[in-house]
Design a protein around this ligand. Sequence first.
Ligand SMILES: *[C@@H]1O[C@H](CO)[C@@H](O)[C@H](O)[C@H]1NC(C)=O
Ligand SMILES: *[C@@H]1O[C@H](CO)[C@@H](O)[C@H](O)[C@H]1NC(C)=O
Ligand SMILES: *[C@@H]1O[C@H](CO)[C@@H](O)[C@H](O)[C@H]1NC(C)=O
Ligand SMILES: *[C@@H]1O[C@H](CO)[C@@H](O)[C@H](O)[C@H]1NC(C)=O
Ligand SMILES: *[C@@H]1O[C@H](CO)[C@@H](O)[C@H](O)[C@H]1NC(C)=O
Ligand SMILES: *[C@@H]1O[C@H](CO)[C@@H](O)[C@H](O)[C@H]1NC(C)=O
Ligand SMILES: *[C@@H]1O[C@H](CO)[C@@H](O)[C@H](O)[C@H]1NC(C)=O
Ligand SMILES: *[C@@H]1O[C@H](CO)[C@@H](O)[C@H](O)[C@H]1NC(C)=O
Ligand SMILES: *[C@@H]1O[C@H](CO)[C@@H](O)[C@H](O)[C@H]1NC(C)=O
Length: 557
Amino acid sequence: MSLILALTAISLSTAANALPAQPGIDWQPCLELNRNISALVGVEGTPFDCAKLSVPLDYTNPESEPLDLDLFRVNATEEPVLGTVLINFGGPGGTAAENLPILAAELAANIGEQWNLLSWDPRGTGKTIPFDCRIEDPRTTISTRKRDNDVLVSGNLTERFLNGGWDTAGVIADACYTAMNGTGSYIGTAFVARDMMEIVDALGEDGLLRYFGWSYGTALGSYVAAMFPERIERVVLDANVNPHDYQIGHYGEAFVDADKALLAFLEECLKNKDECALAQYTNANETADLLNPINQLLTPVASNASTSTEAWSSFTGIQGIILQQLYYPFNWPTLAETITNVLNGTDTQTAGAAPEPMVEPYNLGDPWATVGIRASDALWRTNSAQEYLPQVEYQNTVSSFNFPYESLWTSARWKMDAKERYTGDFRVKTKHPILYVNGEYDPTTPLASAYNGSASFEGSVVLPHSGYGHGVLVSPSECLARHIQAYFKDGMLPERGTRCEPDLGPWEQARARAEGTTGGSGGNTTAEAVTSSGSREIISRVLPFAGALAAAGMSVL
Ligand SMILES: *[C@@H]1O[C@H](CO)[C@@H](O)[C@H](O)[C@H]1NC(C)=O
Ligand SMILES: *[C@@H]1O[C@H](CO)[C@@H](O)[C@H](O)[C@H]1NC(C)=O
Ligand SMILES: *[C@@H]1O[C@H](CO)[C@@H](O)[C@H](O)[C@H]1NC(C)=O
Ligand SMILES: *[C@@H]1O[C@H](CO)[C@@H](O)[C@H](O)[C@H]1NC(C)=O
Ligand SMILES: *[C@@H]1O[C@H](CO)[C@@H](O)[C@H](O)[C@H]1NC(C)=O
Ligand SMILES: *[C@@H]1O[C@H](CO)[C@@H](O)[C@H](O)[C@H]1NC(C)=O
Ligand SMILES: *[C@@H]1O[C@H](CO)[C@@H](O)[C@H](O)[C@H]1NC(C)=O
Ligand SMILES: *[C@@H]1O[C@H](CO)[C@@H](O)[C@H](O)[C@H]1NC(C)=O
Ligand SMILES: *[C@@H]1O[C@H](CO)[C@@H](O)[C@H](O)[C@H]1NC(C)=O
């Protein structure tokens, strides 16, 4: 189907990347997996084909055993087909198998219909050396904390850190070392970047990378661009992780816009007063009228959280539900209903209740791949609580949302280094400049991180937008789609200072989805069919991985 002729295949000799060139990718139908995934996520996904690609398990060893990567492809829907765009779905730890079929239509709407979309289960996820630390429920290892904060009632992270959090981080690091000693060090972002180049070579197109990275996929994009600058033809990084923070391992600025995102939800609720259950219930005139009852709900749970593991789970569970829904503006009306149901006593389950676990999980690396990939990549190690404390004090000021920071603190106490870790400063000139896209109200990947990443990649441009949520896929914008498509097709970068607006506000978007007419660039996709039926479990289906992690009390970007 690909009409691109093999141009000069640029094959950079990289360290010990000595396996013979792949003869091509042998795509096969995989109807049973298509069906299984559809059943798992509860919606008919876009049909995809499957392939295996053999890559070196250990790029530092010329004699390495092979590793079979699972590849997935959704075909372009318009001729002429221009080539293949690689996709990563974030986490780290998200699988391609689960995310590609349900997000393919949104991806194509933004990237362009003339590209084949290819994704793969990165090391540590799916069936590819799944990361599994064999700790049953991370919440059981979590102890106490409390505190009030500016917006949302919050816990005192410093107290949590000193009273068990740091120890928990060590327990996790030990358990993962025992469970993954042997294969853990083959899992890491630098090797994944090399896997991407193996895929590009095997495609037999022009040997250049075309890539759309979302969330953690932006960290991966920074790594691959810094390691292989001459092979970067198109890289779009959407919903950005600060690459330096990721590399060090503490996600310092990740949550700086989380409270802003919550306030935006409240403002939009007020603007759509007649259709916002929470505004109706509270008879609100200002955002404080909406926020106060939420905080009244959280306060007793927060205070009990210092003495009870169960209350702690409830507390972070409620906060986690709110945070997770801030990812998806079209679910904001549902979020307002969920909160109202809790306030008016209809819903006695939400506080602390997690979505049903999936019966037959596909992703065998869930949830530990998230912790393990970040940690094995991290350059900053210390076993001294005292040395880490200033970072915790900073994290404590970033947002009133309480994140399961234990899983990030673990990075410092980790006992396995990935065999290869990128240690450079990202200061490179790529063959073609990178395009950064970022929302101004993203709860976990703030606009500041896009500017931070862009600062070191010569010629790159940041395209900000005022859409809510986590990434362009959840907040369609004709303006963004136009710029992203022009970039992939012709390499056009927006003029500096360009800024996009979303096509629809959250309540309009929800309405359009319910009616099956999304407007904008979204199209009537399977993901929308799911999301329009509205329920918080839906979130765990739209992005199965994110939902499952939220349920496990862990943060996923
Ligand atoms: C599909 O799911 C069934 C169980 O429901 C399992 O036996 C089978 O191996 C799965 N097939 C694939 C290709 O994942
Ligand atoms: C994708 O395109 C190829 C080549 O035309 C075709 O063989 C394959 O069946 C298509 N796959 C799907 C899932 O439509
Ligand atoms: C958090 O706890 C620490 C240690 O007990 C304390 O020094 C600090 O004042 C507390 N911060 C807030 C905002 O309550
Ligand atoms: C990890 O593996 C190495 C080499 O096989 C072994 O020497 C070491 O004792 C193992 N450590 C743990 C904690 O299992
Ligand atoms: C909002 O204003 C109306 C009219 O002044 C008033 O009746 C109502 O109590 C106010 N709502 C709240 C939550 O204060
Ligand atoms: C908090 O703990 C007290 C005492 O154990 C209990 O009476 C109360 O119901 C708890 N509140 C919540 C919200 O869990
Ligand atoms: C609680 O709020 C929900 C959402 O607005 C509404 O559907 C339900 O009827 C309310 N229940 C009660 C008992 O007020
Ligand atoms: C990017 O972030 C890192 C880590 O927080 C910081 O040290 C660096 O100064 C930032 N760079 C820019 C250009 O803001
Ligand atoms: C959108 O998808 C739904 C569910 O498959 C379908 O019922 C509806 O007719 C579709 N709407 C449009 C406009 O295609």
